[in-house]
Write a protein that binds this ligand. Structure first.
Ligand code: PMP
Length: 993
């Protein structure tokens, strides 16, 4: 042993032994007088697990030559029993960041496997009394007098009381086995795989192993898993789901999990209090005390029934067991169910709206509360010859944009749990089933229910269920009293106006509720997508009351899986998807994208949606033109020339001749043709790492592709210059880079000219995108353009990524370099997503190209595309987006540089305007950290709902090129999120010295 270090421990003395060859072990010494039989039993248990499930990371014990697993040691004249076990490496679960659903699920799965491996292990020694065993809580209940605060003691007493009344009598009937019984977050180790995916790396301290109800083991882990998380039930559900996957739970076990976990928390608080009563220093004995009390306070307001339903749901059971009996009761009494709206409003031929996230009928933030939205919905009703409009049940929507629609985990609640009946304000609302008034409230937060009535009904099995009527008029609730009996068909109120109903178009929100979960006056009407099956069980489809014919109800949006399967069937495998878990995006608004579940994502990367996704001006321009004329350039129409005038007005005077095409690739291919026609040469000089498009001609001139996976290298007529990369390249000084590039180009041109033909073109992006978001050093293009022109070549500026104001200080990127190109190509942003691209050149080059062969492009420059292009220019100007890019971009760069100072993994931050790169690397050698960049991008998407991507030859540059409507308030969010992710264990472990 080279070195021994003390490790923390509750009763044992633990020493970390490091051998000369680096292997590490733990020497565990029990306190004097320890029970040898107990230690033997624990050792046998570990041996059993190791033999049954060799992949489970539990400590392996070393056998000593003579004595087996346990030996005795003399230290300080006392004899101690000792064991040596493998040291398990990892971070304590309590310290691990981030605590995501994934790691909780892994913990559950690990414990499930552990318990499964122990069902056929037994030893009489572990059939013993252990005061920490949740099954023994009755004894802990007698020690609550150690808790000095009266209110806290009463709280704990109530938990123990519930244990003795409800839990203890049932425990005996549950499965029993030997369990670890102490899976607290200081006994669990976590590590990460090469992608940063966390995995359970160990469970230590088998000192509390005991024969008990098997479920007690999970209850302990759930108790600790509930701690320090904003949404304890979801966190617990993750652990339980993982456990159930590995070792299926029985319904009776699930029912006791929540009370048992709370019991264990109460035990922990009681024992901490007892220790404190007799010891000045809390130490290891009170390590979780603060978190335990905080959690117990939070749990006081959690409905135990909701906990039980959540846990059942996590195990794939019907969350709310009463649900089926309520719907089958209503099915049985269907003949006696009355209408909810007066007879002149007919649901049988209603207009059923699709208000799902992707639908054109759906409202997003801008429409809500507007007369326009109300009018459009009611117009649809009358156009359909209907009297009522229907909003669907179990439908994810994007209209719930107020703070109350975000759950404790930060997940938006989007899935509608009722049915909406749209009818004029003042329409009477009738009780479809008799009942009594349960509660009344005016839920007057914006976008809430407004005045609300909840009725209680009794099914034939004597069980209660409820119906909720939201968005009524204020007078409706003034006329009723809780407890009043209501007969079937009796009027309970009338539909409210927008001004009183929460700000919605007049409609009734009708919801069926199987369990009020202790609430009154209000009840969640929308659920988080991740909790959809839970809440649709608590609030089943109210169509059992309405009986709207199923044929009227449109099919829901196809699931992500269906879309993905069809993609696989109909597309090639190199049509790639972003992110480890791809997004199913169905809507875009400004700088946000929405998935099919209505979750919004801050878009930091889609530069095509230049003036914002689906900008209404651009959308209207396209729609209006498409409704009037779409044809081709063989006819005269004025918006073609208007667009050409507007576009060329942004360029230097010499660039006056336009060619409108449909993609950046087409633009660059055409630029090459023109350069060759004009010069008579065919050789092209490019910059390393560049991408200029997907056509054959462009793959040839794109080192990013030709020299990348599947590429066949650059052909002989293409010559690549070194990437002018001040961070990673050989030279750091801008002047040196320019001098060196100029020499390199000089040598290349000498070779080209030896062929006897001139150079055709030098093509270069005005800031390098695929090469890693690189800003060209000052003077770079001036120097190179000079050489190129001397060699007879033309200079092409590829502005497909960086043009149109993105660089902030200048409208076109080449202007930042103070040069005038011979040809400029543009694409991506100029149509804001409409396939529009352009080549603009000089009259001289255009004349050389016009050699007799007609130039015709079926779609290029069609009236609809020109309308889109014009609208984009209008919006850019009117909304001052170029200067906004400059202002917002420089704040962002400053914030990113702050992060660079705090996190060594951030090697470089560079950019101009809203074209920014964050390069991640390891150590002084700047080893490119593509793995970490991919991790960061996935984490930002999964846990912060921000979209970025990586680029550069090593994929280690996080690129940032959002729609230009990106706002200052977004910058703070992005910087905070990125700062959070950079604190992750995976990043720190990979980059800390
Ligand atoms: N040039 C550059 C610099 C590009 O980034 C791209 C596309 N990423 C293209 C050209 C090709 O454009 P498109 O995909 O519209 O054909």
């Amino acid at each position: 042993v080279r070195q021994s270090d003390r490790l923390p421990g509750y009763a044992d003395t633990n020493l970390l032994l490091t051998c000369a060859d680096g292997r590490r072990y733990v020497l565990k010494m029990s306190p004097p007088g320890a029970d040898a039989a107990l230690l033997e039993a624990q050792a046998a248990m570990l041996d059993h697990v190791a033999a049954q499930r060799p992949h489970l990371p539990v400590p392996r014990l070393l056998h000593s030559h003579e004595k087996g697993l346990i030996a005795s040691l003399i230290t300080d004249d006392t004899e101690r029993l000792a064991r040596v076990m493998q040291y398990l490496d990892g971070c304590l679960y309590a310290d691990f960041r981030p605590q995501t659903p994934h790691i909780r699920r892994s913990l559950g799965r690990f414990l499930g496997e552990l318990d499964a491996s122990l069902i056929d292990f037994d030893t009489p020694t572990l059939h013993r009394y252990l005061e920490w065993d949740p099954a023994q809580a009755a004894d802990a209940a007698k020690a609550t007098h150690h808790i000095t605060d009266d209110e806290q003691r009463r709280q704990i007493d109530r938990i123990f009381d519930n244990f003795t009344r409800e839990v203890q009598p049932q425990l005996g009937d549950l499965r029993h086995s030997i369990i670890h019984c102490d899976a607290n977050d200081y006994n669990i180790l976590v590590a990460t795989d090469e992608h940063g995916t966390p995995l359970i790396a160990g469970l230590i301290d088998f000192g509390d192993a005991v024969y008990s109800a098997t479920i007690a083991n999970l209850a302990v882990a759930v108790a600790y898993g509930l701690m320090n998380t904003p949404d304890p039930l979801s966190a617990a559900a993750d652990i339980i789901a993982g456990y159930h996957e590995a070792y299926p739970l029985e319904p009776a076990e699930i029912d006791l999990l929540y009370p048992l976990a709370r019991t264990r928390l109460a035990m922990s608080a009681t024992f901490s209090g007892r220790w404190r009563a007799t010891h000045a220093d809390g130490g290891y004995h009170t390590i979780s005390e603060t978190a335990v009390w905080k959690l117990m306070d939070t749990l006081q307001s959690v409905s135990p029934d909701l906990a039980r339903y959540t846990f059942r749901d996590a195990c794939g059971l019907e969350a709310c067991p009463k649900s089926a009996s309520v719907t089958s009761y209503l099915d049985r009494i269907t003949e006696t169910i009355g209408p909810v709206l007066p007879d002149d409003l007919n649901l049988q031929d209603a207009a059923v709206f699709d208000l799902s996230v992707s639908s054109a009928d759906a409202a997003t933030a801008a429409d809500i509360g507007t007369k326009k939205w109300t009018d459009s919905l009611f117009r649809k009703i009358s156009d359909a010859g209907a009297t009522v409009g229907i909003g669907r049940y179990d439908e994810p929507r994007a209209c719930y944009v107020a703070d109350q629609f975000v759950n404790d985990s930060g997940e938006p609640r989007t899935v509608h749990l009722g049915i909406d009946l749209f009818a004029p304000a003042g329409t009477r609302v009738l009780a479809p089933v008799k009942g009594v008034v349960h509660s009344l409230a005016d839920n007057d937060l914006p976008l809430d229910y407004g005045p609300t009535v909840i009725l209680e009904h009794i099914a034939d099995n004597g069980k209660a269920f409820y119906t909720l009527y939201g968005h009524l008029s204020r007078t409706s609730i003034s006329k009723l009293e809780p407890g009043h009996e209501i007969a079937t068909g009796e009027t309970i109120g009338a539909l409210g106006e927008t001004a009183e109903n929460g700000g919605w178009p007049p409609h009734l929100h009708l919801q069926l509720i199987v369990d009020m979960l202790g609430m009154s006056g209000n009840f969640p009407g929308v659920a988080a997508p991740s909790r959809r099956s839970l809440w649709t069980s608590i609030s089943p489809d109210p169509n059992v009351l309405l009986k709207v014919p199923q044929v009227l109800i449109p099919d829901p949006t196809p699931s992500a899986k269906e879309v993905r399967d069809l993609r696989k069937k109909h597309f090639a495998h190199n049509l790639s998807l972003s992110y480890a878990e791809p997004l199913h995006i169905v809507r875009g608004v400004g700088r946000h994208l929405f998935d099919a579940n209505g979750r919004s994502y801050l878009d930091c990367v889609n530069n095509v949606a230049h003036v914002g996704h689906c900008h209404p001006r651009v959308v209207a321009a396209i729609a209006e033109q498409a409704a009037v004329l779409n044809t081709n350039t063989r006819y005269l129409y004025d918006n073609l020339v208007r667009y050409a005038e507007r576009l060329t007005a942004t360029l230097p005077e010499s660039l006056s001749v336009c060619f409108f095409v449909n993609s950046g690739s087409e633009a660059n291919d055409l630029a090459l043709r023109m350069a060759r026609a004009h010069t008579g040469g065919s050789d092209v000089v490019v910059v390393g790492g560049a991408y200029h498009g997907h056509l054959s001609s462009l793959i040839d001139i794109s080192p990013y592709k030709a020299e990348g996976p599947g590429g066949t290298g650059l052909p002989p007529h293409v010559h690549a210059l070194s990437v002018p990369d001040r961070y990673r390249g050989r030279l750091a000084d801008a002047g040196d880079i320019v001098t060196s590039a100029s020499e390199e180009l000089g040598n290349t041109l000498t070779d080209v000219l030896k062929t006897g033909k001139p150079l055709a073109a030098f093509i270069c992006e005005s800031a390098l995108s695929c090469a890693g978001q690189i800003i060209l050093p000052p003077g770079y293009l001036t120097s190179l353009y000079g050489h190129v022109r001397e060699a007879g070549g033309v200079c092409i500026a590829d502005e497909v990524q960086v043009g149109l104001g993105r660089m902030g200080t200048h409208f076109w990127g080449f202007q930042k370099q103070d040069v005038v190109p011979d040809i400029v190509t543009m694409g991506k942003p100029i149509g804001n997503g409409h396939p529009l691209a352009a080549v603009v050149t000089t009259r001289e080059i255009a004349d050389s190209f016009a050699n007799g062969m007609e130039y015709f492009n079926t779609f290029g420059g069609n009236p609809v595309s020109c309308a889109a292009g014009l609208a984009v220019l209008d919006v850019l100007e009117e909304e001052g987006l170029q200067s906004r890019a400059q202002d917002v971009g420089s704040i962002l760069i400053d914030r990113l540089r702050d992060l660079q100072r705090e996190h060594r993994v951030v090697g470089d931050v560079r950019g101009a305007g809203l074209f920014i790169g964050i390069e991640l690397s390891r150590g002084a050698s700047k080893e490119p950290a593509g793995d970490l960049a991919a991790y960061v991008v996935n984490r930002l998407k999964n846990d912060h709902r921000m979209l970025l991507s990586t680029d550069g030859p090593n994929h280690n540059v996080i690129k940032f090129k959002p729609p230009m409507v990106f706002a200052e308030e977004d910058v703070e969010g992005v910087a905070r999120a990125l700062g959070d992710v950079l604190e992750d264990h995976y990043i720190r472990a990979a980059t800390d010295p």
